[in-house]
Design a protein around this ligand. Structure first.
Ligand code: BGC
Length: 515
């Protein structure tokens, strides 16, 4: 496999000898199973909450309303309890992610992923065996904790083991497995929806499979060199670095990591340090990109796609089928991004996709506004057009804001604030997914098609953000971001004007020259 030659913006060659080794590929795929857990859950909850047998058992009042002949199209699924079922997971994920970030720093990325899989496994068992709504919610909380730990550790892990030149593509495997998880869940839901009255138990219990994959697979993977060196295991760190880079000459990279870690040792309170001026660029961009990921309206489309299709008058089966179809588009979109993200860069994808999603969501809004009234059913050809537009929207998301929402925050923070900063970004994802999930059905009920125009307005703002405030990070070694990216950016460089000081008022070593 090829040796890597890095060339920075100023044309200076920076060589970190490295091959794209099998170790890196295998470790990436195993870790990305964390994405499979996340995706499976997203796909399953959307489908299960549309199943009659599930609604009848746990949410009888929604079940009755759904079958009332004259129920309002925009309001028939609105139920606080049903929304709580979907969103409770995100509350637990927020706590899980915060504790996971401390665990990542103190114990390493690998054990954090293992804890994630154990929580997720427990949640799957509780849900499959649920006898009442209490057990159902308890299971959701365990799954949420698992997702919190997992989504914190996996993207960081991949970004740290990946050679700079392939970091984007490798990190995007996380999103690829999220989308494969969603697709798998849709297939499972489609099959189990016919198994009365316990099909939903199989759907929810199936979450155990990705958890087991991560748990068993994680025995084989390495810890990241950065995390080993950060925890004083320098020898092991050097050895691992040689192993994953596939070359003996890793001195330059090792030295750079050691230097970054040395500086980070003087920072005792990473969370406190995050609020310093010099952390502001990464904190603002990391958090915003995750918030914006949710403001694309993706969770609206994902969590409630089957519900949305039913609202348009497609039957239960047709809805699951269309959700299946639209979800096939996403892995394909993300696969495309894997090959182009390190070539075209992050910003080009973000800007193009924001425009594409703006147009498709706007068109969906217009169709619903004009053709879907309170109690009618949309004509078939319009329903089909909405499905096509959903596909266009999802393709755009899948090669941009979806995967890059995880990649960018995992690569922009310096080591001293990396775990803490990334956790803030991930927590933002959960908070806003929660808010969107908790409010969407109510919003749809009151704002109707206007809901979609609201997300369109957000997409316009996001496009401008990506164009003017987000620097390009492709190909830059992860520990050189501050010098080569943030200090060079027309807007963010102001945060480094006076003194680039850390918590103890220490200057960060400027010498990161790599001949
Ligand atoms: C997002 C989820 C979304 C999923 C869809 C993830 O990156 O965080 O909110 O449902 O992608 O593929």
């Amino acid at each position: 496999m090829p040796e890597l030659t890095l060339v920075d913006g100023s044309g200076v060659r920076r060589d970190f000898p490295a091959k794209l080794t099998w170790q890196v590929i295998v470790c990436t795929v195993i870790a990305a199973c964390g994405g499979l857990m996340f995706g499976y859950d997203i796909g399953i909850s959307g489908g299960v909450t549309g199943m009659d047998m599930f609604l009848e058992k746990f949410f009888p009042e929604v079940y009755v309303r759904k079958h009332q002949a004259k129920a309002n199209n925009y309001c028939k699924f609105s139920s606080q309890l049903l929304q709580l079922f979907t969103s409770s997971l995100y509350l637990a994920a927020i706590v899980g992610c915060f504790i996971g970030s401390i665990c990542c720093k103190k114990r390493g990325r690998k054990p954090t992923m293992q804890i994630a899989s154990v929580f997720f496994l427990g949640g799957a068992i509780l849900n499959a065996a649920a006898l009442n709504i209490g057990m159902l919610i308890a299971g959701r909380l365990c799954l949420g904790a698992g997702i919190g730990f997992g989504n914190q550790a996996v993207p960081l892990f991949i970004s740290e083991i990946a050679p700079a030149r392939y970091r984007g593509g490798l990190n995007l495997c996380f999103q690829l497995l999220i989308t494969i998880g969603i697709l798998t869940a849709n297939v499972v839901n489609y099959a189990t929806s016919k198994l009365h009255p316990y099909g939903w138990r199989i759907s929810l219990g199936g979450a155990a499979c990705p958890a087991l994959l991560l748990l068993l697979g994680s025995v084989m993977i390495v810890e990241t060199p950065t995390s080993l060196i950060e925890r004083g295991k320098n020898e092991e760190g050097l050895h691992t670095l040689k192993k994953i880079r596939g070359v003996d000459n890793v001195d330059k990279e090792y030295e750079e990591i050691s230097q970054a870690v040395e500086f980070s040792r003087q920072i005792r309170h990473p969370f406190k340090n995050l609020w310093k001026r010099s952390s502001r660029p990464q904190l603002v961009c990391g958090a915003l990109i995750q918030i914006f990921q949710q403001f694309t309206g993706i969770s609206v489309v994902m969590l409630y796609a089957p519900v949305l299709f039913q609202t348009m008058g497609l039957g239960e089966n047709a809805s699951l089928m269309s959700a299946l179809m639209t979800n096939t588009v996403k892995p394909i979109g993300t696969l495309f991004a894997i090959f182009v993200v390190d070539r075209f860069g992050r910003r080009a994808l973000l800007i193009e996709a924001a425009i594409q999603m703006f147009i498709s969501l706007g068109a969906i809004g217009v169709i619903l506004a004009v053709h879907l009234h309170s109690t009618n059913v949309v004509e078939k050809h319009y329903a089909v057009l909405v499905i096509v537009l959903v596909c266009v929207f999802l393709a755009g998301f899948a090669w941009s804001w979806g995967p890059l929402g995880w990649l960018i925050p995992s690569e922009i923070f310096p080591i001293e604030t990396r775990s803490a900063g990334f956790s803030v970004a991930v927590i933002m994802n959960f908070v806003f997914t929660f808010l969107v999930a908790q409010t969407f059905l109510t919003m749809l009920c009151h704002l109707r098609a206007g809901t979609f125009f609201l997300y369109c307005a957000m997409l316009a703002v996001m496009c401008l953000f990506a164009k003017y405030f987000l620097p390009e990070t492709k190909g830059v070694p992860i520990d050189e971001m501050v010098e080569r990216v943030w200090k060079q950016h027309w807007f963010w460089k102001r945060c480094y004007k006076d003194h680039d000081t850390g918590e103890g008022g220490l200057d960060k070593p400027k010498d990161n020259t790599i001949a």
